[in-house]
Design a binder for this molecule. Structure first.
Ligand code: ASP
Length: 343
């Protein structure tokens, strides 16, 4: 009898002790840390001080900052995360520095074909366009698809036509051309003539896709991505940027994400959604989830690229497995941070 009482006592004490230990664990901070914030990228790739002359670094920094502060002002003035994402991406699309809108890369037949998507974390509504040739700001067309059509993704001619119908003035395809891209295309044709051009096997050197993820004062998240795709892609090729869950994802329960990199891998690995799902089901932090997908899963597959994201508490993350990624963030404190190389 005495033995039984003693055993019960020992087990009760052990149970009490382990409960105390659990309670003493630092509690995870699960509350909105900032009033609002946003993070942007201008593409991942071979971005190193050696590859990017100082005057170019300056140009990229200035444009990233301008885009970032455009979004900051939207959010500061009680604008929505969706508005911030669209306006930020518009600035980057209108700049010839990036592979989105003006300055987009060319296909194998010398055309520009653009992809973009946007997602609202509050409603899980989303809109996207793929392979458009006459839309000046594809992210705006993507938003129109979300708001004025029953669909999520429109492609090619139908998407161009839809954009025009909802009031976006079409531009000729050569609006997107820049001297730099035309020179690159000329070189590509020369290499092809010498039969040395290999697009699919070439190392991922190109960069310039743009994206944004934002958290507004109401606690709503949104994300968007816009791109010209991969240089000299087969015409008609569609990447991850207009694919919800691959290049873009937003969910108020977890985070908002925009990705950049070799689109085919991002589609196959459903990268943006995978990160969100790891947070939802495995309770990983945004940083842990992003590291797992970008630095482990993708690296194991030799896939290059990166992501930027913000979670529902305002934690901002950027992860990439390439030498560099153009990126910037700002919170309600109003202090912009712009980076491009590994740190
Ligand atoms: N992800 C884009 C695509 O595959 C390219 C990039 O991010 O640079 O179309």
């Amino acid at each position: 009898m005495r033995k039984t009482i003693l055993t019960v006592l020992v087990f009760s004490l052990a149970f009490l002790f382990s409960s105390c230990l659990k309670e003493n664990k630092p509690a995870r901070v699960e509350k909105k840390q900032i009033d609002f914030g946003l993070v942007i990228h201008g593409g991942a790739g071979n971005i190193t001080p050696e590859n990017l002359p100082e005057d170019m670094q300056k140009q990229y920094k200035e444009k990233l900052k301008e885009a970032l502060m455009t979004g900051y002002n939207v959010l500061k003035n009680n604008g929505s995360a969706l508005d911030a994402v669209e306006k930020v991406i518009n600035v980057l699309e209108n700049s010839p520095l990036f592979n989105a809108g003006k300055g987009a890369v060319m296909t194998d037949i010398g055309t520009c074909e653009l992809d973009a998507s946007i997602m609202d974390g509050k409603t899980l509504n989303a809109g996207a366009v793929a392979g458009v040739k006459h839309v000046k700001n594809p992210i705006t067309a993507a938003r129109k698809v979300m708001e004025f059509s029953p669909h999520v993704l429109l492609g090619g001619e139908g998407a161009d036509k839809f954009a025009e119908e909802v009031g976006l003035k079409p531009v000729p395809n050569n609006y997107f051309y820049t001297k730099r891209r035309l020179e690159q295309y000329k070189k590509y044709l020369e290499r092809k003539r010498k039969k040395s051009a290999s697009v699919s096997k070439s190392k991922f050197k190109k960069f310039g896709t743009v994206g944004c993820a934002a958290l507004d004062k109401s606690g709503n998240l949104a994300a968007g991505t816009s791109t010209g795709g991969i240089s000299f892609k087969k015409f008609g090729r569609i990447g991850d940027s207009p694919i919800i869950g691959a290049g873009t994802y937003a969910n108020n329960n977890t985070c908002a994400i925009s990705c950049t990199g070799q689109g085919e891998y991002f589609i196959r690995n459903v990268v943006a959604y995978d990160i969100s799902a790891l947070m939802a089901y495995k309770k990983l932090s945004l940083k842990q989830a992003a590291q797992k997908v970008i630095m482990k899963k993708l690296v194991e597959q030799k896939a290059e690229g990166g992501m930027i994201g913000i979670d529902k508490y305002g934690n901002i993350v950027s992860v990439f497995n390439t030498p560099g990624m153009f990126r910037a963030y700002v919170t309600d404190k109003g202090k912009p941070v712009v980076k491009m190389f590994k740190e």
